[in-house]
Design a protein around this ligand. Structure first.
Ligand SMILES: Nc1ncnc2c1ncn2[C@@H]1O[C@H](COP(=O)(O)OP(=O)(O)OP(=O)(O)O)[C@@H](O)[C@H]1O
Ligand SMILES: [Mg+2]
Length: 325
């Protein structure tokens, strides 16, 4: 069966003078229908730009420098802007970290949730109103009839994010991208949003690309995880495989830095060093300068993905040694 989304050697560049500096470098991954996939990585590694490239919404000064994005077999990079618009919001939609900046302060919640239907050509106001209530109900938003007449500033951050999810789901997209959608929320609200995403996946059948630098959230929600660092995917596998048997030193470092009950009172383990800036990325593995196990080849060439068990792959020259040690 064809994957829902197929990203092949996608590269993105940021304009610096006349040149483009590589920010995302030949990444590839697939999302199957109904799957929940997480992208995990430190700040600045290219997660949001990758998501924006999938949406066809890259900011000025950032462009696709290579590769392909196929969605349901269609080549998204060779569509007209009109065809692209028909897909955006309708078949792929996205929610961001700060819902307040995506909501219009002077329009009611109901009007905004119904907006995607209007944008995609629906006219009958009564039917739109009914569908808005129906979606709010499906997603378990409390008191839809009251909420529909409220304005964004009257709602809590968690409630605004629920509204954004209802809005994103109005046209029943097949893929929902959630970019740090729970980051600004307190723990109990975070848990509610995760349950909502599970519901969207289970009841509405949408695949979800969940972007976060929070390992625990990805572990709880996703089926599979892509570990990203400085524009590269270093490791990929089921959540179970990657968290129980991390193969890349970077993944091990991230997992080692989760605060754990038994480490209470002791300092957090973290990876020494910092993410390289765009101008100083090394030619080989971008993690090599911070990797305790790096050897000469790591500094020269980025290794091809090595499949270690079915579906669990890593880009590292010495992953097996690590699994034994
Ligand atoms: N519009 C832009 N113009 C120029 N550079 C940008 C732009 N957006 C992002 N960048 C740079 O591209 C790199 C990747 O950014 P991106 O936002 O994709 O990171 P991220 O992985 O989403 O990080 P975070 O976890 O902080 O959200 C960063 O170095 C960032 O400074
Ligand atoms: Mg981001």
């Amino acid at each position: 069966m064809n994957p829902l989304l197929d990203v092949e050697r996608l590269s993105l560049g940021i304009r610096r003078g006349k040149a483009y500096l590589s920010v995302v470098d030949a990444i590839g991954f697939q999302i199957q229908t109904g799957e929940m996939v997480g992208i995990l990585g430190e700040s600045g590694c290219g997660k949001t730009l990758t998501a924006l490239a999938l949406m066809g919404l890259l900011p000025p000064g950032v462009r696709i420098t290579g590769g392909a994005i196929r969605f349901m077999g269609r080549d998204l990079l060779n569509l007209s802007e009109r065809e692209r618009c028909a897909i955006r919001g309708n078949e792929i939609s996205m929610v961001f970290q700060e819902p307040m900046s995506s909501l219009n302060p002077v329009l009611t919640i109901g009007r905004q949730i119904g907006e995607p239907l209007v944008l995609h050509g629906r006219k009958n106001k009564r039917l739109i109103h009914r569908e808005v209530l129906d979606m709010m109900d499906k997603l378990g938003l409390p008191e839809p009839a009251k909420l529909i007449t409220a304005y964004p500033h009257q709602l809590s951050g968690g409630m605004r994010q629920r509204v954004m999810l209802a809005l994103a789901m109005m046209c029943k997209p097949k893929l929902l991208i959630a970019d740090e959608a729970t980051t600004a929320l307190d723990l109990s609200t975070q848990a509610q949003i995760l349950r909502l995403l599970e519901r969207i996946n289970r009841d509405l059948g949408a695949s979800i690309l969940f972007i976060s630098h929070d390992l625990a959230l990805i572990r709880r929600l996703c089926d599979r995880v892509l570990v990203m660092y400085a524009g590269k995917i270093l490791e990929e596998g089921t959540v179970e495989a990657v968290f129980s048997n991390p193969l890349h030193e970077y993944t091990k470092g991230l997992i080692g830095s989760i605060p754990q009950q038994e480490r209470k009172g002791k300092p957090l383990l973290s990876i020494p060093g910092t993410v390289p800036s765009l101008d100083e990325k090394p030619p080989g593995c971008p993690f090599a300068p911070r990797c305790g196990k790096a050897s000469a080849p790591c500094l020269v060439r980025f290794p091809d993905p090595l499949q270690v068990t079915p579906g669990h792959q890593v880009c590292c020259v010495t992953p097996e040694g690590e699994t034994n040690g």
